[in-house]
Ligand binder design. Structure first.
Ligand code: N01
Length: 550
C-alpha cells in the first residue's frame, strides 16, 4: 500500500504523494478504470475493502458461485489480457475468475496501485482546495481530485431480520459473506432461505454433500438452462480469438451487451405455433440468457405473449420433476409474475435436486417462517426444522446501496444519501448534481444488470476516462451535473421502466421492492445498451451538455 494509515506508528511523517484519482473497488470496473486512467499519466489508486482483487468474485465464494455470462462475452476487451488467457469452462466459477484477476495483474500490474483492506466510509468535497477528502475505516485519509466509485451493483448484502436468530446455536451466513476458507457442510443439516441466483447456485452445489437440505422458497425462480461446457480444447479457443475484436465491438451495439442479443423480427403471435416452438427449443438448447434475451420482443410488454413463454418454461421444468407437489411449487400452474420480471437464474441440475430424498422444499407462501429457534427454524405449521447451518441467500440492497453506504457529502455539505432519500437522481447514471468530479459506473440509472457486465463497464468507463481527460486538457477545475439534466434523466429512466411487464413482480431488486422501506422505482436504464451508449456519447461530443464545467 502506498498510503500510511493513521493507526500505524511511524516516527517520521510520511510524505503523501498527490493523488489525482481515487477509485473505490477492485472488481472488473475498478481494474478497467485504473488501467485507462494511468495511461493518461494520472496518479491513481484503488481502495478495496476486501483483501484481494475480484470484486463480487472475491466476496461471493459460496459453493457453486459462477458467472451467468459466458466467455468470451464476459472478458474485458483489452487484448493484453485475452491474448494469453484461456478459460476452462464456458461459464467460469469464482475460483477461475479469481485466477483471471491474477492474470490481469500479471499483464497490467494492477496490485501495485491497490490498497487492500481499505473500506471507504466517507467522502467529502472540500471547496477550499477543490479536492475530495476520502476516509477509510482504518483512518486513512486521501485527497484526490477525482473520485470514481466502482462499487458494483451488489456491494451491500441484505439479511432480513429473523426473529430468534441470535438464539440459534448453529452457524449462519449470507452467501456474499461466506468465509474465505470455506465451510464444511458434509453431513450437516442445512437450511437455505432464498431462491434467487445465489440460492439456486448454492442449492444445486451442496445438495449431494449435505445430510439434509431444507429450502425456504418465497418465489420460485424461473431458472433456464445454462448449458455449461468444459473448454478443454485450447486450440479451438485460440482460433476463436480472431473473432474477439468483432465480438467486443458488436456487444456494444446490442440491447443487453451480448454480441448475440438480437431479437427475432416478428412478434410472438405473428409466428406460427410450430415456428415458436422451434425458436424456443433452439434458444433453450443454446443456453445462457438466449431464451430470455433472444425471445420475441413483445414478450416483455404483452402479457399473453409472456404467458406463452411461461408455458414452455413450465413444461420444460415439470418434466424433470418426479413429484407433482414439487412441480406445482417450482413451476406453478398460475405464474406468480411475468417471465423475465425477475432475473432468471442459469441452472445446471437445479431441478433434479428436488428429486433427492434428502431435500425438502418449504413454500413460504403456503407456510411462512415464524422464527429461528436454538435448533433450527419454526414454520407456521408448527414444524421445527432442525438445522446445523442457515444460509441466507437473500440478496442485496442493490444499485444504490453500495454507494449510499459511504457517507458522501458534496457542495454545500449536501449528503448523497439524503439527496436520494426520495428517489435516485443522477445525470446519465454516471454523476449526481452537487457532487463534482465524482463518477460512478455499473450503478443506478445505467444499463448495469440489464447488460452483460464488462460491456456496460467499458462503455461507462470510457466515458469517464474521456471526461477526465477533457477536464485536464481544458484546465477546468471540475465538472458538475446540472439539476435540470438530472431531472430529465430520472424521468427517462422512470418512463422506460414503466413500459415493460417487469414492474409486475411483487419483490424485485430491479425496482428496490426486495428491501423493506426502500423507494420503489426502476433503478436501471431499460432502454438498451446501444441506446445508452449513443446518448452518453452524444452528450460528450456536444461539450458535456447538461453539465457545468468550471
Ligand atoms: O438475490 P435475489 P441473489 N424471507 O434478490 C428471497 C446477481 N447474481 O443474491 O423472490 C424469505 O435475486 C427472495 O424471495 P422473493 C444476479 O444479477 C448473479 O440471488 O423476493 N425469502 C429471493 O428468492 C442476481 O439477480 C449470479 O420472494 C426472502 C432471494 O431471497 C443478483 O445478483 C449469482 C426474504 C433473493 O434473491 C441477486 O441475486 C448470484 C425473506 N425475508 C447473484 N428476503 C450469477 O452470476 C429475500 N428473500 C449466476
Amino acid at each position: 500500500s502506498m498510503f500510511p494509515t493513521t493507526t500505524m506508528s511511524t516516527t517520521q511523517p510520511v510524505a503523501r504523494p498527490s493523488l489525482d484519482v481515487l477509485i473505490v473497488g477492485a472488481g472488473f470496473g475498478g481494474v478497467y478504470m485504473l488501467h485507462h486512467l494511468r495511461k493518461l499519466g494520472l496518479t491513481v489508486n484503488i481502495f478495496e475493502a476486501a483483501s484481494d482483487l475480484g470484486g463480487v468474485w472475491r466476496n461471493n465464494c459460496y459453493p457453486g458461485a459462477r458467472v451467468d455470462s459466458e466467455i468470451p462475452e464476459y472478458d474485458l476487451s483489452l487484448e493484453e489480457i485475452w491474448r494469453d488467457w484461456n478459460w476452462t469452462e464456458k461459464f467460469p466459477g469464482y475460483e477461475e475468475l479469481r485466477r483471471y484477476f491474477n492474470h490481469i495483474d500479471q499483464k497490467l500490474e494492477i496490485r501495485k496501485d491497490v490498497s487492500f483492506n481499505k473500506r471507504v466510509v466517507a467522502a467529502r468535497f472540500d471547496t477550499d482546495v477543490d479536492r475530495w477528502e476520502i476516509t477509510a475505516l482504518d483512518g486513512t485519509v486521501v485527497n484526490p481530485r477525482f473520485l470514481v466509485l466502482c462499487t458494483g451493483f451488489a456491494a451491500k448484502p441484505y439479511t432480513p431480520h429473523l426473529k430468534g436468530i441470535d438464539l440459534f446455536q448453529g452457524i449462519s451466513y449470507h452467501t456474499a459473506e461466506w468465509p474465505e476458507n470455506g465451510l464444511d457442510l458434509k453431513g450437516k443439516r442445512v437450511g437455505v432461505i432464498g431462491t434467487g441466483a445465489s440460492g439456486v447456485q448454492v442449492i444445486q452445489e451442496i445438495a449431494k454433500d449435505v445430510e439434509q437440505l431444507t429450502v425456504f422458497q418465497r418465489t420460485p425462480n424461473y431458472a433456464v438452462a445454462m448449458q455449461q461446457k468444459k473448454l478443454d480444447n485450447f486450440k479451438e479457443q485460440e482460433k476463436m480469438k480472431t473473432l474477439y475484436p468483432a465480438i467486443f465491438e458488436r456487444r456494444r451495439e446490442t440491447i443487453a451487451g451480448y454480441s448475440y442479443s438480437e431479437l427475432p423480427s416478428k412478434k410472438l403471435f405473428d409466428a406460427t405455433p410450430a415456428e415458436r416452438l422451434l425458436h424456443f427449443e433452439e434458444q433453450w438448447s443454446l443456453g445462457g440468457f438466449r431464451f430470455s434475451l433472444r425471445n420475441y420482443a413483445d414478450v416483455v410488454v404483452n402479457q399473453a405473449a409472456n404467458d406463452e413463454v411461461y408455458e414452455f418454461w413450465k413444461t420444460k421444468v415439470r418434466e424433470r420433476l418426479h413429484d407433482p407437489d414439487m412441480q406445482e411449487k417450482l413451476a406453478p400452474s398460475i405464474p406468480p409474475h411475468p417471465f423475465g420480471a425477475k432475473r432468471p437464474s442459469l441452472e445446471q441440475h437445479y431441478y433434479e435436486v428436488y428429486n433427492r430424498p434428502n431435500v425438502e422444499l418449504i413454500d413460504l407462501r403456503q407456510c411462512s417462517i415464524v422464527e429461528a429457534t436454538p435448533e433450527g427454524i419454526l414454520t407456521a405449521d408448527g414444524v421445527e426444522h432442525k438445522l446445523d447451518v442457515i444460509i441466507f441467500a437473500t440478496g442485496f440492497d442493490t444499485l444504490m446501496g453500495g454507494i449510499t453506504q459511504i457517507d458522501i457529502h458534496g457542495l454545500g455539505g449536501k449528503s448523497l444519501k439524503d439527496k436520494w432519500a426520495d428517489g435516485v437522481a443522477t445525470n446519465l447514471g454516471l454523476t449526481s448534481a452537487d457532487f463534482p468530479n465524482m463518477f460512478f459506473i455499473y450503478g443506478p440509472q445505467a444499463p448495469t444488470a440489464f447488460s452483460n457486465g464488462p460491456t456496460c463497464i467499458e462503455i461507462q468507463g470510457d466515458w469517464v476516462v474521456n471526461c477526465i481527460k477533457y477536464i485536464m486538457d481544458n484546465n477546468f477545475t471540475y465538472i458538475n451535473a446540472r439539476e435540470e439534466a438530472e431531472q430529465q434523466w430520472r424521468k427517462k429512466v422512470l418512463f422506460l421502466g414503466s413500459l415493460t411487464l417487469f414492474n409486475k413482480a411483487e419483490t424485485s431488486w430491479y425496482f428496490g421492492s426486495n428491501i423493506p422501506g426502500k423507494i420503489v422505482e426502476p433503478y436501471m436504464f431499460m432502454g438498451g445498451v446501444q441506446k445508452y451508449d449513443q446518448i452518453i456519447t452524444e452528450v460528450a461530443s456536444q461539450g458535456y451538455m447538461g453539465f457545468d464545467l468550471c
